[in-house]
Write a new protein. Structure first.
Length: 70
């Protein structure tokens, strides 16, 4: 098992339903196997499922909070 799974725009070319299925699978793997994911996306709504999220703005990395941080 890898330490981290990197996914660049994992739902970028998918319809919403299929994209949701992929994200649900990622969440299940994260929860059940304690697997770490590193997702890169332009869709900020995907970031809300993350325990940590970062925004790259004007060459600066800014930490944001996901719903799991509350």
């Amino acid at each position: 098992q890898p330490d981290i799974i990197f996914a660049d725009e994992p739902t970028g070319n998918l319809d919403r339903e299929t994209g949701d299925q992929v994200l649900n699978l990622f969440q299940k793997i994260n929860r059940d196997l304690k697997q770490c994911f590193f997702l890169v996306t332009h869709d900020e709504s995907i970031g809300t499922i993350a325990s940590r999220q970062y925004l790259l703005k004007d060459a600066t990395l800014i930490e944001k909070k996901g719903e799991l941080d509350s």
